[in-house]
Design a protein around this ligand. Structure first.
Ligand code: BGC
Length: 492
């Protein structure tokens, strides 16, 4: 499919650079959540024997910190701007990982995991928020999903670092290496501009225009500035929870956040080797399967980046979630037919099921959740609203992670994976009904849909983009210009 270029090569290069630097926050999110699985094996050399509770504590306090960080970051990003919030986040990352690396006592390490969590939670929402506001509509899906690519790459790198350092048992270095991308995020962000939408919405139009000139052609800028002004004028009539249409999109974001977690992704990401080993696969083969799974996660995210602005969000989300159902059914059936001690064909079947599942998550629910929450909320409340969805994501992650091993003991591999297949199926039904198509729409056009109550329901219909484009003609005409550009560009 040929696509009309937007702006010049210099504009696109500037956007790639800005997104790549900001996505270092996603890399740290992935690395810090992944690295602990390997580090756990060696902590007792320094701190004496650790109970299962100690291990759970050091693993899951990061998730508690992340929920807290997500909650605070939205407000901060709206009040002081996106750029200072990312700078503070990078500093907290640096303090947390260095603190963990040099931890003199176990309790100190546990506290540092909470501190790292604060930064992870903040990064998980400010990265898609910032990139979403910087990107032109037709490339927004790809650029915002740089974040998911960075998360999955961070997870993979953490597996490799854990593996590489396992012979020296150097858990301090495993934690401490994250200081490098954190420092790069800090220094890189010093050279980044503030989000143009935030500048314009807070009355600094001239600065906003100067920033936009780095990323857009002159013809695009006027329409975009007019859009942001129009939606900012409505600021006073945008109560966060009082407005029923806003409540509907909040419910949509929170439900997708919970679905992203309760369908089991992090039980695979955090526990796959434990699971496969426990089910009879050798330890080397389990670790190898884990690295292959991490590779599939990264590879399929790249496919998603390529497809999101071409095929749209909904086709990827629906196909991906259907694939997750199939993957989980294959894993569950391998336990049903192979018994609790998997070997030979049944072990292969379990691994194949996990790969189908992870690959499907990576083209759908993985990137699309973070992308949609950066798109569906109105400018005036985008920060706090994204915070709520992100908080729900981390809270659900915490509940699933903390209860998974107990659940596994109670109902077995077969039971757990059938449950995940069932929850994915329920999620699929919800998405078919509720998830809007946002491809090619400007953030302002999406906002018009939300304000007219068409999001989180009818906007999910196949006619969504047509409706949005015709609606936006009314207020100023400017948004319609953007919409038309988007349609023409995509038709090419
Ligand atoms: C999820 C994380 C998960 C990661 C795996 C992200 O979209 O939010 O919880 O660990 O994907 O790739």
């Amino acid at each position: 499919m040929s696509r009309e270029p937007v702006g010049t090569t210099a504009h696109r290069r500037a956007l790639i650079m800005a997104s790549a630097i900001t996505a270092l926050g996603g890399l740290l999110f992935g690395y810090d959540t992944g690295v602990v699985s390997g580090a756990l094996l060696f902590l007792q050399d320094s701190f004496g024997k650790l109970s299962s509770f100690d291990k759970e504590l050091v693993t899951s306090l990061l998730l508690v910190g992340a929920a807290t960080g997500a909650l605070g970051a939205g407000r901060l990003a709206d009040r002081v701007g996106r750029r200072p919030t990312i700078l503070v986040t990078a500093l907290v990352f640096i303090a947390g990982v260095l603190g963990a690396a040099f931890a003199p006592a176990f309790w100190f390490l546990v506290c540092m995991r909470f501190v790292i969590g604060l930064a992870v939670g903040s990064a998980s929402m400010t990265v898609p928020l910032f990139i979403g506001e910087l990107s032109p509509p037709r490339y927004r899906g790809a650029f915002v999903s740089f974040n998911q690519l960075a998360i999955t790459s961070g997870i993979l790198v953490s597996y490799l670092v854990d593996y590489g350092l396992s012979s020296s048992q150097n858990w301090r270095l495993m934690f401490g290496l994250a200081a490098i991308p954190a420092a790069l995020l800090f220094v890189g962000t010093l050279f980044q501009p503030e989000s143009p939408h935030w500048l314009i919405a807070t009355g600094r139009e001239d600065e906003g225009r100067t920033v936009l000139q780095r990323f857009r052609s002159d013809e695009e800028i006027d329409a975009e500035v007019a859009d942001v002004h129009r939606i900012s004028r409505d600021e006073r009539r945008a109560p966060l929870l009082g407005d029923p249409t806003l409540r509907a999109v909040l419910v949509l974001g929170v439900t997708l956040a919970v679905l992203q977690q309760v369908t089991g992704i992090n039980t695979v990401i955090y526990y796959a080797p434990t699971l496969l080993h426990g089910a009879g696969l050798g330890s080397g083969a389990s670790l190898l399967a884990n690295v292959v799974n991490g590779g599939v996660n990264v590879g399929m995210t790249i496919v998603a980046i390529w497809l999101l602005d071409r095929a749209g969000r909904r086709p990827l989300l629906l196909t991906g979630t259907a694939g997750m159902v199939v993957g989980m059914l294959v894993v569950a059936l391998s336990f049903t037919t192979g018994g609790s001690n998997l070997h030979g064909a049944y072990a292969l079947m379990a691994v194949a099921g996990l790969l189908i599942y992870t690959g499907s998550f990576a083209i759908g629910l993985g990137p699309v959740f973070w992308l949609l929450i950066a798109e569906i909320y109105p400018q005036q409340v985008r920060g706090p609203a994204m915070s709520i969805a992100t908080l729900a994501n981390w809270a659900a992650n915490f509940v699933v992670t903390i209860s998974f091993l107990t659940l596994l003991d109670a109902i077995g591999g077969q039971g757990v994976f059938f449950l995940f297949a069932f929850l994915s199926l329920v999620g699929l039904a919800y998405m078919v009904k509720r998830v809007p198509e946002t491809k090619d729409l400007s953030l302002a056009e999406i906002q018009v849909e939300v304000e007219h109550g068409r999001a989180a329901g009818a906007l999910g219909s196949a006619t969504a983009s047509t409706t949005a484009k015709s609606t936006t003609t009314a207020p100023t005409g400017t948004a319609a210009t953007t919409g038309t550009t988007a349609t023409t560009g995509n038709a090419g």
